[in-house]
Write a protein that binds this ligand. Structure first.
Ligand code: TXA
Ligand code: MG
Length: 346
């Protein structure tokens, strides 16, 4: 049985939250809200509890977990050293949507890091998450709270859909502010590497660190093991129409949508305000348009894209279509997720 426990972010019920912290201490699985996506949490020092995460998610055994901490004391307990670059990043971006790779101490069980000698660590800014970790007194391992390969969850209801019966409790702390998983950066070597783009952008990382390389997810030995898996996939095939400019994107979507409409397919188009005005009435009358943002500000798109893909996935569409977005700022993270979610890129 999975208990659903509602906690109001601005007015935390500490009795209820303590109950969740006690569950974590006892080796149970608790889904928690963070500012990025919901996480499937367990005591990171308890090998058996961590095993439970892999089981509940059906996660491949070679994809290591992110460990969440509430303060620097816990951090020092679990990492061998704190490089200068990590200090700079922590000062600027913690607590927040940035995961940093450190050399790990023995205290972290092998299954958390899948035998790697490094560990991924993040201090979340969501108050419920921080307070839960603090009350539990241990670091919390938490991958995104979804069955492996599915879209991450940005609300407790979405997490319930995925994990009901598989975890002990789900904390409902409202919708996630950012909606995409954290940025992952490796500072264990002299040149920092961006392993996964997120809400802390490459531009922001460069402003703090100077040079930052982007890890190649296609390399034989991916530095970020999770990058090699297809991820974030809705069940309804998602078509990604990619072009360098708006005119090119509009033309591709218009053409594809017309073809599908002619073949009597039921389609949804996820788009910007600008694109919704460019499409022909033939397409608008025969497809469902979902306007998610203006091209001038992609943050609402980042915040809602996963939830909207989940919602549309239940509506029996034959296809979903989305255009590409400028690969700068948060757009880089959005495009990273869309490429993995897409059944086809045109
Ligand atoms: O925003 C987030 O990061 C969310 C919330 C819950 O904090 N968590 C999350 O976890 O997205 P997950 O497991 O879905 O993604 C973790 C990523 C994976 O791509 C994994 O391969 C990478 O972090 N990772 C974990 N440990 C690593 C390590 N030691 N070295 C390199 N990459 C690592
Ligand atoms: Mg994930």
């Amino acid at each position: 049985m999975t208990q659903l426990i509602k906690i109001i972010p601005g007015n935390i019920d500490y009795v209820a939250l303590k109950k969740c912290a006690d569950l974590l201490k006892k080796g149970k699985l608790v889904v928690l809200p963070t500012e990025t996506v919901y996480g499937l949490g367990a005591n990171a020092l308890d090998q058996e509890a961590v095993e439970g995460i892999f089981k509940a998610k059906g996660r491949p055994p070679d994809n290591p977990l992110i460990v969440h901490v509430s303060d620097y004391e816990i951090l020092q307990m679990i990492v061998k050293k704190i490089p200068k670059n990590a200090v700079k990043l922590m000062e600027k971006f913690w607590p927040g949507p940035l995961t940093i790779i450190f050399e790990k101490k023995e205290i972290i069980p092998r299954n958390v890091t899948c035998e790697l000698n490094t560990v991924a660590i993040r201090m979340p800014s969501n108050m419920i998450a921080i307070e839960l970790i603090r009350l539990s007194g241990v670091p919390i391992a938490a991958p995104s709270a979804n069955i492996s390969g599915n879209i991450s969850c940005t609300s407790a209801a979405d997490a319930m859909d995925e994990l009901n019966g598989k975890v002990d409790a789900i904390i409902d702390g409202g919708d996630c502010d950012l909606g995409l998983e954290s940025t992952v950066v490796d500072v264990t070597s002299s040149t920092p590497h961006l392993l996964r783009p997120g809400a802390v952008t490459l531009e922001q990382l460069k402003s703090v660190l100077g040079k930052v390389d982007i890890a190649n997810p296609d390399a034989n030995q991916p530095r970020c093991p999770g990058m090699k898996y297809r991820h974030y996939a809705p069940h309804t095939p998602l078509i990604l129409a990619a072009a360098d400019d708006e005119a090119g994107i509009t033309a591709k979507i218009e053409k594809k949508a017309r073809q599908l409409i002619e073949h009597k397919k039921k389609i949804a188009i996820l788009c910007s305000e600008e694109l919704s005005q460019e499409l022909s009435s033939q397409v608008k009358d025969n497809a469902d348009l979902l306007v998610l943002c203006s091209r001038k500000d992609l943050r609402p798109l980042a915040a809602h894209i996963f939830h909207e893909m989940r919602r549309l996935d239940k509506k029996g569409y034959d296809f979903m279509i989305i255009g590409s977005w400028p690969e700068e700022g948060i757009g880089r993270a959005i495009m990273n997720r869309l490429r993995k979610a897409a059944a086809k890129i045109i």
